[in-house]
Design a binder for this molecule. Sequence first.
Ligand code: ADP
Length: 390
Amino acid sequence: MTSIGLDHVVMRYDGTRAAVDDVSLEIEEGEFFVLVGPSGCGKSTLLRLLAGLERPSSGAVRIDGSDVTALTPRLRDVAMVFQNYAIYPHMTVAGNLGYGLKVRGVPKREAATRVREVADLLGLGDLLGRRPATLSGGQLQRVAMGRAIARRPRAYLMDEPLSNLDAKLRVTMRAELEQLHRRLGVTTVYVTHDQVEAMTLGSRAAVLRAGVLQQVAAPQELYARPANAFVAAFIGSPPMNFALGTVRPDGLDLAGFGLRLPAARRPPAGVGERVLVGIRPEELREPRAAGAAACALRVTCAVRQNLGADRLLFFAAPAAPGEAAAIARATFAEDRPAGPAGAGGERLLCARVPADMPVESGDTVDLAVRPEALHYFDPADGARLPDGAR
Ligand code: ADP
């Protein structure tokens, strides 16, 4: 079992902007750890630093407590799995699975046994004689994984290994990966830009933005208590709604609504001050599902989208002065696609409701939000406001 540590790691490719900026992390033995963030945030660089494919500008990488910063990839004994399989087309499946063993001088009989074991583990037993060109995307990805597993490395480093697969196969392969990890218990670091993978795969995930660690936590914690508005906006689909609220003596003025809140649920700010408020679409509910303490909101549905089990309702809500700029600043909106706009270009908020809620575009509907479902952030820098004051 292997632990991995990063101590104040900085990586500057060109001597100016840091691709990885003072990252410290502890990945525990046997953990399935996800690195997640938008494209260009430094995930792959971090993985390559762990693998030894890059040397940090400063800081240290540890494996099992030993400083490996100066060691080559081979001496670190970790296996990388990439999205573009890196499978040798001229070799059979068996040849590919056994390649890492051959170059490391593992005796032939032992290598053959290990290849057989890995093939059985991954359901590749009947394909050992086949050439890669005759395999499906999912099978190729299994061969790439199998090659890493056969080597029995100290850790797996996976860089978006499923991103070339179609959506259905990705779901299946995610479940397979999780089972495989449970069976093998090998420390795994998994890079993805897909917040769904971060939510479903890891025991913990680190969210990165522009090379800087934003939050390291269990997926459910990232969802329930995001450390800042960037994490709040990045994790969750459809994304969290944001609006600039003004504190009132008994609650909040928010997006044209007056919300009365119990003292313990009011924002930790003075009356008249502004706070950035986040509400997840699934927390804008039918009144009967939100409970007696919920705040009522009457809205007009501008757009209705059916998703099957659920439907999304988009409704226009008046914006406070300077709101769009404040939200963009606090959530670093340039890193994400913009949400939908109404016919007049106005901002739309999103509610996710059950498919049996009767509503058509143009209808006026009653929604409700539980006071404890409101997330509060500092409009200046997006930091989560402490719950202690609530
Ligand atoms: P991610 O994996 O999150 O998409 P990367 O680690 O690939 O991000 O890149 C982080 C930043 O470092 C980006 O700004 C990218 O342009 C830059 N970068 C990555 N690799 C190199 C390289 N070999 N030389 C110079 N800049 C690089």
